[in-house]
Design a protein around this ligand. Structure first.
Ligand code: SAH
Length: 395
């Protein structure tokens, strides 16, 4: 095994169990290691710190598998880590029996670079680091054993693989292709396109917030911005909304949204309107046309992949929230989100407050919102991308 020896003082973040080692922290590599190989990590005084996956192409030069220098990283290691992640979900009553469930949330489950989402009897994995890519077979075997699922599909086509020197990898790894995959979420049936949809096919982290929207929607005119396949929209309809207007710029996402509504014959199809448009432009048009709503959802894509993009992202968040506030009727509710790793909750709250002020609206935060419990946030990993949201009620 190659040995990665750190620069003096650079063991400090490791002592806090931060799972990443940046290129600037690494002094030298002793022995040989290819991309994805496990290396022993040692402090500058040669104190052993743990074992990590080496990634020579990436600025994140190594990701820790374990902070126990004596723990072997082998098939049995992945079996343990995967089984523990699956068991963590089974231990939470609210997650038990969910048909759509994140089983592995990367660093937060001690498996950097590994995402695994379950949709019924199909697991979709996404491997984003050289180390995770190397251990594909072990991870797949461990998932099959821990879940008893029949099918595994790989959706490793995220752009971040390029930073690791990895080409995209997609395809069925186990079992026969599944057509017409659906899950039930909070009483609503949803089709999930694991091959062509975004990410692994669906945004599971919003499950609880979609349920909350359903509870708030009775009798309301709801505007759902960035609706993707209609998860929020269908909950609003199920909750008795008077009308639900949903906007997305993706034609295929809206086609799936319409198909999802058709999967739920009990929902009032005549109360749903779907609009293929850029939210930034559509909301300006609504303003000009004098339209208004009781309840607005803003769940945009990640505007800031890292802190470096925070400024531009802050302007985009400010812009849509400002537009949202302007379209709210008195007493109306804004459910607004950011999933940008580069924007913390405190900053997001400031941006939203600034947007309200500029829109001339006063109000209060009635709830802080987070991702669902199957998307835990590691205490030792502040960089973790996580969903943050606010439910704001205006006067
Ligand atoms: N709320 C959704 C997830 C939203 S993901 C859910 O619960 O499932 C973000 C969505 O924003 C994607 O569907 C993407 O197609 C859409 N999008 C990105 N930029 C957009 C823009 N400028 N205008 C409208 N939609 C946009």
């Amino acid at each position: 095994m190659g040995k990665l020896i750190l620069m003096p003082g650079k063991e400090r973040s490791v002592m806090k169990r931060h799972p990443w080692l940046f290129a600037g922290s690494v002094g030298r590599l002793e022995g040989r290691a290819r991309p994805g190989d496990t290396v022993e990590v040692l402090a500058d005084d040669l104190r052993p710190l743990g074992r990590a996956a080496y990634s020579p192409r990436s600025q994140i030069r190594a990701r820790f598998w374990t902070f126990d220098a004596a723990e072997t990283v082998d098939d049995a290691f992945f079996k343990r880590r995967v089984a523990a992640a699956v068991a963590r979900r089974e231990a939470l009553p609210e997650l038990r029996g969910q048909q759509g469930l994140r089983l592995i949330h990367a660093e937060s489950d001690g498996l950097p670079g590994v995402i695994a989402d379950r949709y019924g009897d199909t697991v979709v994995i996404q491997l984003t680091s050289a180390g995770a890519d190397k251990w594909r077979d072990a991870i797949v075997a461990a998932l099959l054993k821990a879940t008893g699922c029949a099918r595994i599909f790989e959706r490793s086509d995220s752009e971040v693989r390029g930073l690791e020197g990895l080409a995209p990898a997609t395809g069925w790894l186990h079992g026969s292709p599944a057509d017409g995959l659906t899950i039930e979420e909070n009483g609503v049936r949803l089709g999930v396109d694991v091959v062509g949809g975004h990410k692994t096919g669906f945004y599971l982290d919003q499950r609880d917030n979609r349920a909350l929207l359903g509870q708030l929607s009775a009798g309301k005119d709801v505007l759902n911005c960035f609706c993707y396949t209609g998860g929020f929209s269908l909950q609003a309809l199920a909750g008795g909304a008077a009308s639900v207007l949903s906007i997305d710029s993706s034609g295929p996402a809206l086609a799936q949204a319409r198909a999802n509504l058709a999967l739920n014959p009990g929902l009032p199809i005549d109360k749903a309107e779907w609009l293929e448009a850029d939210v930034f432009l559509a909301l300006r048009d609504f303003r000009k046309a004098g339209r208004s709503f009781d309840l607005i959802v803003l769940d945009p894509p990640k505007f800031a992949p890292s802190a470096a993009h925070a400024d531009r992202a802050a302007r985009a968040y400010k812009d849509i929230n400002l537009l949202g506030f302007r379209l709210l009727r008195p007493g109306g509710l804004l459910m607004t989100y950011s999933c940008s790793g580069g924007i913390g909750l405190e900053l997001f709250q400031k941006i939203v407050a600034g947007a309200a002020q500029d829109a001339g609206r006063a109000g209060r935060i009635v709830r802080r919102l987070t991702g669902a419990a199957d998307h835990p946030v590691a205490l030792d990993f502040p960089e973790g991308e996580y969903l943050k949201g606010l439910l704001v009620q205006v006067d």
